[in-house]
Write a protein that binds this ligand. Structure first.
Ligand SMILES: Cc1ncc(COP(=O)(O)O)c(C=O)c1O
Length: 344
């Protein structure tokens, strides 16, 4: 049985996001055959296996299966930051730009941001933003959130050494560190950094199975037993308690077995696209290319008319994302179309 997704002629090449992938046949088979139970009762053996495996991959005590990366971030951050404290993060990070105010709405925290052109940690900026607890006058800093890879900055990788420096400083001042690792797998494959080393520099992570790994749904909160126990309560409180979701966890386990190392192919495809549209491929770390275009919305429409779907992630920024469902032949086709458009 072929593991490749069916791609009928005439279907556009979809480079809007790596979330658009459809489960492969082999993944669907793994899902159909999964042992299941009631996960709210803690009785789904496939979910338990996934949680144990992912916790171990990052060298943490425990993990919790949640429906989305957004919920993963919200649960982890709320476990780290008491109400009325602040979260520091980069200004184009997903937690502050694309979670629709969830951290303020559910967890009662405020955010302050630093800006980095590649979305990376800037320890000097973090240090200057940091607010100690000076009594009931100022908002104290509770945690710093970093994103690896960074989505809106173009799939950029935070160097491990910078994360280690952040960890050391944060421990010294008593601030927690959360990693939005929706695409940590891409960082791992691009750099060869072991997942455990990323795990070692943070208190919590949220990692996604539904992006580059190609599962239809699912993310995990990773951290201490106490963080995960508390997150389990809040997951239920938020309406995220799920039942026989071993069928989804099975997709995640299949993805961990079969779809991690192949991310290197997506990275190569992204560099090809970058070259075609005049972006320096040396600046493309993983599977996302951001293309500065003053006419971003028009560029997206013109590409669509020629059978290539891309997205505008700002008025002057077009984003191309490679993934499991974009074959080399499709990427070559897209490169030709986008290259012509970029030249105009
Ligand atoms: C960096 C990052 N974090 C978190 C998320 C949220 O994931 P979800 O769409 O599953 O809520 C995304 C989604 O694309 C993302 O790119």
């Amino acid at each position: 049985m072929s593991d490749a997704p069916a791609a009928p002629d005439g279907r556009p090449v979809d480079l809007r996001s790596d979330t658009v992938t459809r489960p492969t046949r082999a993944m669907r088979t793994a899902m159909a055959e999964a042992e299941v139970g009631d996960d709210v009762y803690g009785e789904d053996p496939t979910v338990l296996a996934l949680e144990e495996r992912v916790a171990d991959l990052f060298g943490h005590e425990a993990a919790l299966f949640v429906p989305t990366g957004s919920m993963g971030n919200v649960l982890a951050v709320r476990a780290l930051v008491p109400i009325g404290r602040e979260l520091l993060c980069e200004s184009s990070s997903h937690v502050v730009r694309a979670e629709l105010g969830a951290h303020a709405a559910y967890s009662g925290l405020t955010t302050r941001t630093w800006t980095h052109p590649r979305g990376l940690v800037d320890l000097d900026a973090v240090r200057s933003l940091y607010a100690p607890d000076l009594g009931p006058y100022f908002v104290p800093t509770g945690a710093v959130a970093v994103e690896n890879t960074h989505n809106f900055a173009g799939g950029t990788v935070n160097p491990l050494a910078a994360l280690q420096d952040l960890r050391e400083w944060a421990t010294g001042v008593g601030v927690a560190v959360h990693l939005d690792g929706a695409r940590i797998w891409n960082a791992h494959v691009a750099t060869g950094t072991p997942l455990r080393e990323y795990g070692a520099v943070v208190d919590t992570l949220s990692v996604c199975l539904s992006k580059g790994l190609g599962a239809p749904v699912g993310s995990l909160v990773v951290g201490s037993r106490a963080v995960v126990d508390e997150s389990r309560v809040w997951r239920k409180r938020m309406g995220g308690g799920m039942r026989q979701v071993g069928i989804l966890a099975a997709a995640g386990l299949h993805a961990l077995d079969h779809h991690v190392e192949r991310l290197a192919e997506d990275h190569e495809h992204a560099r090809l696209l970058a070259e075609a549209v005049g972006v320096d491929p040396a600046g493309v770390d993983t599977n996302i290319v951001v293309v500065p275009r003053s006419d971003a919305a028009d560029f997206v429409l013109a590409a669509r008319e020629q059978g290539v779907l891309v997205s505008a992630v700002g008025p002057t920024t077009v984003r191309l994302v490679t993934h499991l469902d974009a074959t080399r032949e499709q990427v070559d086709r897209a490169a030709a179309v986008l290259g012509r458009l970029a030249a105009t």
